[in-house]
Structure formats: structure tokens, C-alpha cells
Design a protein around this ligand. Structure first.
Ligand SMILES: Nc1ncnc2c1ncn2[C@@H]1O[C@H](COP(=O)(O)OP(=O)(O)O)[C@@H](O)[C@H]1O
Ligand SMILES: O=C(OP(=O)(O)O)[C@H](O)COP(=O)(O)O
Length: 418
């Protein structure tokens, strides 16, 4: 099995050819409403649009620049596609990629032509009008049911339309390679396909962790995509020495231990799974002993640190508490390999950012090989003003890197193999 690379495609010559690039431009956005405090503007300048959405962190846009720059310099007509957020298969203005087109143009130093639909009239005319070395961005892939459909025929019909925009396909969307979606899985079957620079680099570095990581190997999990990640824990447990669970992930486990979690993020139908995992974990799983519980999901909500087994009924846990941070730091201290995915709390609100900051700092203090994965986790590192160079690798994919570490064959990687 081999995977051809962007360099192979460039060697064939792409001048004047239309190249379809699947990128993961799923950047964190916030609204200019003051709802989320602008605590990170010093380290991460925001890029806004008149319609009110701002890019809180442009790391995922920057990550795809090496691939796009190379194609532009080689004179390709570059058609970029991506998802943003989780719209439900129909246009939804809050998930428009328009602000991303603006920022991508600034970073590339040339305007990016934005199509207001994904495969409709606007996309067709935008792609048609591209000159050599120009870049177009299509509107959010997930505005179309076919992108994420479980029905093969529905995905295929959408993939046929998308593939019509390229003579070759480059996958540089590492953050989405674990998704069996039309643009990731079905389009490469229809076009000559290669891996972009970002995908290659991610696979190379994460390969170090997927093989024989130096021990102790500690994995830290948080964030809010609870059901996605619970599925991964089972496979990871035998490979790790310790698994520290915070963020929105921890409440389903606390519930499984018999504690009430108030109105915290909870996957009721996964409680039994968590109970089984705890029973079989041989003591490897560490959960919070205290949490910061608030009376609302808001930056100015009243909040207190409470014991993890005493969360008041009307409150929700928005961060791990200081005792937990100290315990997690101790569990990390002798690690030789660390993988961290998912913020420990709602770090976007300063009142609930201390857990994420504390655990991130503890990770940087180890002499381990450290990898941070995930759009929001990487954004948190930058937003909290942490030194990016003190981590071994900052991956653009959270779910993708976790599934890669599991040793799974990922649909988006398999689709590139010849
Ligand atoms: N206790 C919590 N309750 C609700 N949301 C949380 C909690 N802790 C963290 N989060 C949220 O999780 C989000 C990131 O989750 P996720 O997408 O899983 O991470 P990543 O993008 O790094 O993979 C952040 O926006 C953060 O606000
Ligand atoms: O943000 C992403 O993943 P991550 O939060 O696991 O890093 C990717 O863009 C994939 O998005 P999805 O989890 O909605 O498929």
C-alpha cells in the first residue's frame, strides 16, 4: 500500500489544472456580542466580518498554508472545501465559511474567491472563473445532506458533484480523516488523489505514539465531544499507563460512580459503558475530585469550587478544581509520553480557564514527548498564552489523532492508499 504525496502531484505539473483540496478549516468562532470574554486577544488577534462572526483562533487555516502555497506557486486553480461546525445538512448562516475565506486571503496574500454554495450555481461559476494560481473556497460542505450521510448512494451523488470541480484531489484535512464523509472518503475514489503536507506531517509524528511510546504513557482527555471519545477510551486503555479525565467528559464517569452531577454535560445512555470502563480500568482512570460549579453557562455566572461528589442539583461543572489540577499534575510528573485532547473546562470564559491552564502547564513541565491534539485544545494553548514550542507537537485533529493512536484504519487515510 502506498500513499502518493503533494510532491508527486507537483512533479507531474499542475499548472492550469483544477486541484480540489479538502481542508479542515473548522476554526473556533465567537460572536461580537461580548457573550464570551475577549481574554485572549493579546496572543491571538481575532479576524472579524461585518455579520458578527469572529475567528477566535486561525491555527487550522495557517496549518494548511504550506499545501495551498505550493499549489498556488505551481499555477494550479485551487478549489478548497471544508466543513465548519455541525450544521444539519442545510444552509445555516452561523456556520458560513465566509469569514474563513477572508482570513485565508489575508494569510495567502491574495483574495480568495468565495462561493456562496457548495456545489450549486455559485460554486460552478466561481470555479469556472478561476485563473491559474488563484484560490476559491466553497461554502460549508455540511450544508449538504450528502456530505455526512450514512447512505452510500446519497454520499456518492454529492461526491460526484464535488469531484467535478477537480482534476486531482489533495487531502489536507487531518482533523477530519476519521470521518467517513463524502469529501474525505468518496471523492478520492473519483479523482487522482494525494496526501497534503499537513496530513503527512501529522501521520509521521503521531506514528511515534501509535507504535511503542516510551512509558509511563499518560493520556489526558477532556472537551465536549463525549460520545465520540468514550468509544476511543476502551481501545486506548490497554495501551496507556494513566488516563486523566476532565472537561465535559468527566461527568458521565462521575455519574457512573453514583454521584449526582447537577445540570453538567452528561451522556445518560453512556453511563453504563462508563461503569464498565471503570471496572475494567485496573485503576488507570483518574477522575476529578473537585469541580468549579456554576449556576449558568455564562462568563459571569456565580460559581464555587465543590467536591466532585457534591455538585449541587441546579449547578453545572464548567472546570476542574485546584485539587484535581494538583492531582493530575502529580500523575503527569514522571511521564515519558503525554497525549492531551480536550480542554479541562470552558477555557473560553476566564473564570473557567484555570483547570486547562494548570494541566497544560503541568504537561509542559514534564520531560516527556508531549502531543496536544484538537482544534479547541490547540486554540486553548494559544489563547492562554502558553508557549507552543514547549509541546512536542500540536496536532490539528482531536478525534482524528485519538482514533489514529487507537491503531484504527481511518477512512480518509485508507481512501488515499493505492
Ligand atoms: N465542563 C464542560 N462543560 C461544557 N463544555 C466544556 C466543558 N469543558 C470543556 N468544554 C468545552 O469543550 C470544547 C472543546 O471540546 P472538543 O471539541 O471535544 O475539543 P477538541 O476540539 O480539542 O477536540 C471547548 O469549547 C470547551 O468550552
Ligand atoms: O474539530 C474537529 O475535531 P476535534 O474537535 O476532534 O479536533 C474536526 O474538524 C472534525 O469535526 P467533527 O468532530 O464535527 O467531525
Amino acid at each position: 500500500m502506498t500513499i502518493r504525496t503533494l510532491d508527486d502531484l507537483l512533479a507531474e505539473g499542475v499548472s492550469g489544472r483544477r486541484v480540489l483540496v479538502r481542508a479542515d478549516l473548522n476554526v473556533p468562532l465567537d460572536k461580537q456580542t461580548g457573550q464570551i470574554a475577549d481574554h485572549n486577544s493579546a496572543s491571538a488577534p481575532r479576524h472579524g466580518t461585518p455579520d458578527g462572526m469572529r475567528i477566535a483562533d486561525d491555527g487550522r487555516i495557517r496549518a494548511v498554508l504550506p499545501t495551498l502555497d505550493a499549489l498556488v506557486r505551481a499555477g494550479a486553480k485551487v478549489v478548497v472545501c471544508s466543513h465548519l461546525g455541525r450544521p444539519k445538512g442545510a444552509p445555516d448562516p452561523q456556520y458560513s465559511l465566509r469569514p474563513v475565506a477572508g482570513r485565508l486571503g489575508e494569510l495567502l496574500g491574495a483574495p480568495v474567491h468565495f462561493a456562496t454554495d457548495t456545489v450549486g450555481d455559485s460554486a460552478r461559476s466561481t470555479v469556472e472563473a478561476l485563473a491559474d494560481g488563484q484560490v476559491a473556497l466553497l461554502e460549508n460542505l455540511r450544508f449538504n445532506k450528502g456530505e455526512t450521510s450514512k447512505d452510500d448512494a446519497e454520499r456518492a451523488a454529492f461526491a460526484d458533484q464535488l469531484a467535478g470541480f477537480g482534476e486531482a484531489y489533495v487531502d489536507d484535512a487531518f482533523g477530519a480523516v476519521h470521518r467517513r464523509h463524502a469529501s474525505v472518503y468518496d471523492v478520492p475514489a473519483r479523482l487522482p488523489h494525494v496526501a497534503g503536507r499537513l496530513v503527512l506531517r501529522e501521520v509521521e509524528v503521531l506514528g511515534r505514539l501509535a507504535g511503542e511510546p516510551e512509558r509511563p504513557y499518560v493520556v489526558v482527555l477532556g472537551g465536549s465531544k463525549v460520545s465520540d471519545k468514550l468509544a476511543v477510551i476502551e481501545a486506548l486503555l490497554p495501551k496507556v499507563d494513566r488516563l486523566l479525565i476532565g472537561g465535559g467528559m468527566c461527568f458521565t464517569f462521575l455519574k457512573a460512580q453514583g454521584h449526582e452531577v447537577g445540570t453538567s454535560l452528561l451522556e445518560e445512555e453512556m453511563v453504563e459503558t462508563c461503569r464498565n470502563l471503570l471496572e475494567r480500568s485496573e485503576g488507570k482512570i483518574m477522575l476529578p475530585v473537585d469541580v468549579v460549579a456554576a449556576d449558568a453557562f455564562a462568563p459571569d455566572a456565580a460559581h464555587d469550587t465543590v467536591a466532585a461528589d457534591a455538585i449541587p442539583a441546579k449547578r453545572l461543572g464548567l472546570d476542574i478544581g485546584p485539587e484535581t489540577v494538583a492531582g493530575f499534575a502529580a500523575a503527569l510528573a514522571d511521564a515519558k509520553t503525554v497525549f492531551w485532547n480536550g480542554p479541562m473546562g470552558v477555557f473560553e470564559m476566564p473564570a473557567f480557564a484555570n483547570g486547562t491552564r494548570g494541566v497544560a502547564e503541568a504537561i509542559t513541565k514534564t520531560d516527556a514527548f508531549t502531543v496536544v491534539g484538537g482544534g479547541d485544545s490547540a486554540a486553548a494553548v494559544r489563547a492562554l498564552g502558553l508557549d507552543e514550542s514547549s509541546f512536542g507537537h500540536i496536532s490539528t485533529g482531536g478525534g482524528a489523532s485519538l482514533e489514529y493512536l487507537e491503531g484504527k484504519t481511518l477512512p480518509g487515510i485508507a481512501a488515499l492508499e493505492d
